[in-house]
Design a protein around this ligand. Structure first.
Ligand SMILES: [Ca+2]
Ligand SMILES: [Ca+2]
Ligand SMILES: [Ca+2]
Ligand SMILES: [Ca+2]
Length: 118
């Protein structure tokens, strides 16, 4: 029990840290980071084009969260199958998120998970 609790706390702390970074870097407070604003977060600046899934030239929190989840793509095929997903909320919502019912989640399907939440 104790261990599970600690993991939950750590997970929340990690999420809050990035959320705070995005808010801080978002100089014009429009809820997204453009390339200039993203320079404040090296991880985001480095992977900007990969993170910007809808190619609107800005990245938002949901896109950044989805990008981090995609790091679990062990076989690098660009999608996550049920075995690769470690995120409990996504694993639970897998069938709803899998819009094209191909049995895997791509970054766009994962982004919708975070967009629904916020
Ligand atoms: Ca902005
Ligand atoms: Ca975008
Ligand atoms: Ca995969
Ligand atoms: Ca799918």
């Amino acid at each position: 029990m104790k261990k599970a609790f600690l993991f939950a706390v750590l997970a929340i702390a990690a999420q809050t840290a990035v959320a705070a970074n995005v808010a801080k870097a978002d100089k014009d407070n429009d809820g997204t980071l453009d390339k200039n604003e993203a320079k404040a977060i090296p991880m985001v600046a480095k992977h900007f084009d990969a993170i910007d899934l809808d190619k609107d030239g800005t990245v938002d929190q949901a896109e950044i969260d989805a990008f981090k989840i995609m790091a679990a793509d062990k076989d690098n095929d660009g999608t996550l199958d049920k075995k690769e997903i470690k995120h409990k909320g996504i694993a639970k919502a897998f069938d709803q998120l899998d819009g094209d019912k191909d049995g895997t989640l791509d970054a766009k399907e994962i982004v919708s998970f975070f967009q629904k939440k916020s």
